[in-house]
Design a protein around this ligand. Structure first.
Ligand SMILES: Cc1cc2nc3c(=O)[nH]c(=O)nc-3n(C[C@H](O)[C@H](O)[C@H](O)COP(=O)(O)OP(=O)(O)OC[C@H]3O[C@@H](n4cnc5c(N)ncnc54)[C@H](O)[C@@H]3O)c2cc1C
Length: 405
């Protein structure tokens, strides 16, 4: 492939904006267009369910300073929807065309909305994905407001914590018996349930939502036990769906709900790459494909893909990593666990919420999560990356730095 002179990136999220910056850092001097429908310049999402909702910040972390794009001749086009991609040409909804030699898809994902349920079209059913969503939600989290959150995943839990900090009455509904159970398993998920219970959250666990009630605006959530919860504010936090519309119309191979990419983040079309939430990656160290919806994945894949857009074909090999903050609990999670089958080993004190959880498969560390303990990050990363085989008793009491493999 000849060196590209025209690169177009669709998506001004963390992955797309990081890639644009890294292309210039790598010395790429050709045309560089960064297109996205958001009205704000690229920003990171974590503060949307934490600092901004808590009232600690009004702005998110911006991916780059405002002047960054013009200074580096990056043609940042906000409030711009891409409607189609033709043969080496991106077409904006308004008709403007952008020819390309290489294209990066970084279209991320969008919150699921439970469209099949009665009342799903009512006004006031909120989701949280954009800065505008977060600021609007923050304005309504006030003392006594009855907030019903559908979904006890990471975003549901973080919003619950923020809402309680403002004195809102919070109920979280989930059809599963514990929040975060699919990711953490019963024992560790129980820590999160108890944390929120202690802060005044009401759980409706093991309970499904059957619909939403209200005249034109939602005022209640109907449950499969026959009850209806009155609500001033309803947040749907039931996961996100990758935005594959463009990729599908282009005929790209899809996988795991996203766009299939090889080890070097290239799609089934030779000049088209995909990163971030969208990419279902053929990871060299994991069987099957990984599609990861985390901050670090978007940032690291965005940085990594720049070299490959310029002609390299380096495999992306980083292990999954994410973090969350809820009340006074902060945690980091490295690796991939199947808590239903992996062996759980706990070091530290679950009840005090100061512990490290390890998940082992065939005696090897597959994942590790540190809660309110911050000194062993490097060792935990190495234990996971190297799949170190170690006796559970040593994980519980030994010197982690000496086990890195
Ligand atoms: C509220 C919230 C809190 C989070 N907190 C954490 C956290 O604490 N820790 C963690 O690890 N992860 C967290 N995440 C997840 C993490 O932030 C995401 O995985 C990551 O930001 C995804 O980045 P992305 O660039 O792939 O996608 P996105 O951020 O979704 O960006 C994609 C962009 O593409 C645009 N786009 C899509 N289609 C088109 C089109 N046709 N035309 C034009 N533009 C288009 C979208 O408008 C969007 O701006 C959080 C996510 C959310 C929503």
């Amino acid at each position: 492939m000849a060196d590209p002179t025209r690169i177009v990136i669709i998506g001004t999220g963390l992955a797309g904006a990081t890639a644009a910056g890294e292309l210039r850092a790598q010395g790429y001097s050709g045309q560089l267009v960064l297109l996205g429908q958001d009205t704000h310049r690229p920003y990171e999402l974590p503060a949307l369910s934490k600092g901004i909702l808590l009232g600690e910040a009004t702005d998110p972390d911006w991916v780059h300073d405002e002047s960054f794009y013009a200074e580096r001749d990056i043609d940042l086009r906000l409030s711009t929807v891409v409607s189609s991609v033709g043969d080496h040409e991106v077409v904006e909804a308004g008709g403007t065309r952008h020819p390309f030699d290489r294209l990066l898809l970084a279209t991320g994902s969008t919150p699921r909305r439970l469209e099949q349920l009665p009342g799903a079209g009512l006004a006031g059913l909120r989701t949280l994905r954009t800065l505008d969503d977060s600021r609007a939600l923050r304005a309504e989290l006030t003392a006594g407001t009855r907030v019903v959150i559908v979904g006890g995943g990471w975003i549901g839990c973080e919003v619950a914590a923020a809402a309680r900090s403002h004195g809102a009455e919070v109920t979280v509904i989930d059809p599963v018996s514990l929040p975060l159970r699919g990711v953490l398993g019963d024992t560790v998920a129980g820590v999160f349930r108890d944390l929120h219970t202690e802060h005044g959250v009401t759980w409706r666990l093991g309970t499904g939502v059957t619909g939403f009630t209200g005249e034109s605006t939602v005022t209640g959530v109907s449950l499969d036990d026959g009850t209806t919860l009155p609500a001033d504010l309803v947040l749907l936090a039931v996961g996100a769906a990758p935005r594959v519309e463009l990729a599908r119309a282009m005929g790209l191979d899809l996988a795991e709900g996203g766009v299939a990419v090889d080890a070097g983040l290239r799609t089934s079309a030779p000049d088209v790459y995909a990163v971030g939430d969208l990419a279902a990656h053929d990871h060299p160290r994991h069987p099957g494909r990984l599609r990861i919806e985390h901050w670090a994945n978007a940032k690291d894949q965005g940085a990594h893909v720049a070299r490959n857009l310029l002609g390299a074909h380096d495999p992306y090999t980083a292990s999954p990593y994410f973090f969350s903050d809820q009340y006074d609990l902060g945690m980091e999670f490295r690796g991939l666990a199947d808590p239903a089958t992996d062996e759980l080993v706990v070091r530290g004190d679950l009840a005090a919420r100061e512990f490290i959880a390890f998940w082992l498969r065939d005696g090897a560390v597959r994942a590790a999560m540190n809660v309110n303990l911050w000194d062993d990050g490097e060792a935990l990363g190495a234990l996971v990356d190297n799949g170190v085989r170690v006796e559970p008793a040593k994980l519980v009491a030994g010197d982690l730095a000496s086990m890195m493999g």
